[in-house]
Ligand binder design. Structure first.
Ligand code: MN9
Length: 311
């Protein structure tokens, strides 16, 4: 399989739920249009952000189909298929390939801890080979899976055993490991950054693409970080990154994903609440969050720059 490379900002999408908590795919198309308009260059569906682990297999398939259909091939769609049952994960991977998704990705089983790289490669080989025509990215997120294995070792062994292994979604903060993964075997693998708060650090380390939840609410802000970095304006890049950090710390005072869904609601997208165990914010929390975001200027700088009226 030829080298596959993602680039730019990839939004880890939310799963719209109705007031009664059912998956509501009617709300997928409007957010897809807006994300593409705001410069997002790919979508990562049914990951941590999309509550993939809180959905049934049938619901995951419905959500995957809705995103693939709404995108219509304009940007790559990555479907996260990880599951504690490898049989379910393989079924989801086959389904992703059948419906025309571009890429599959999976977390490792996490109820029984994956204790060594060899076992991790075995698990991922089973899943990746179920969608053998698509590139596959292992989703490394030790804070949630508890599997904190060495990713350089994983890529070395995985590269021998998994024909369609394209790289990693790297959701950890070890820039040194991230860099080593990127540079391994003459930059053989595509290693995609997953911590929005440290995008600038990742760019400095060689990152070409990033997957994250907060690209849903502020893609233009992150694009300005990338633009400033590319022209070598580090002061500006740091200033924009500091805004992103203050935005995330503000949202993180509350249960994070329910608060993010509330912010999307403030931006006009009907995403509903999260499923338990994440739940929802109270009305009082939502109005406090809105005032706190207003106070830091979020509603101004999270949007694209408006064209100047002066000539
Ligand atoms: O994978 C996301 N990580 C988690 C991506 O959901 C654990 C990130 O995009 C974070 O939500 C973001 C805010 O902390 O960096």
């Amino acid at each position: 399989m030829p080298k596959f490379r993602l680039q730019g900002l990839i939004a880890a999408t939310y799963t719209p739920l109705s007031a009664s908590g059912c998956v509501n795919v009617d709300h997928v198309a409007p957010i897809v249009e807006s994300l593409i308009e705001r410069g997002v260059s790919g979508l990562y569906v049914c990951g941590s952000t999309g509550e993939g682990m809180s959905l049934t297999t049938d619901e995951r398939k419905i959500v995957a189909e809705a995103y693939v259909q709404a995108v219509k091939g304009r940007v790559p769609v990555i479907i996260q298929v990880g599951h504690n049952s490898l049989a379910e994960a393989k079924d989801l991977a086959r389904h992703a390939q059948d419906i025309g998704a571009d890429i599959t990705s999976a977390t490792c089983p996490s109820y029984f801890n994956v204790g060594d790289v060899h076992t991790l490669v075995e698990c991922m080989e089973e899943i990746a080979s179920s969608a053998a025509n698509l590139p596959f990215y292992y989703y490394h997120i030790p804070s949630l899976t508890g599997s904190n294995l060495n990713m350089v070792e994983f890529l070395k062994l995985g590269g021998e055993r998994i024909g369609n292994l394209a790289g990693l979604k790297y959701t950890d903060t070890k820039l040194f490991e991230f860099q080593e993964c990127l540079e391994l075997e003459n930059e053989r693998f595509d290693v995609v950054w997953g911590c929005d708060e440290m995008l600038l650090g990742a760019l400095a380390t060689g990152s070409r693409a990033a997957i994250g939840s907060t690209y849903n609410i502020a893609a233009p802000l992150y694009q300005r970080i990338i633009d400033a970095f590319e022209i070598g304006d580090m002061a500006e890049a740091r200033r924009e990154q500091a805004q992103a950090i203050s935005m995330i710390s503000t949202v993180k005072q509350y249960p994070f994903h329910p608060a993010m869904k509330a912010v999307l609601e403030m931006q006009g997208f009907d995403m509903g609440d999260c499923r338990l165990p994440q739940g929802r914010l109270t009305d009082e929390e939502i109005s406090r969050l809105r005032s706190e975001l207003e106070a830091i200027g979020f509603f101004t700088w999270s949007l694209p720059a408006t064209p100047s009226l002066t000539t």
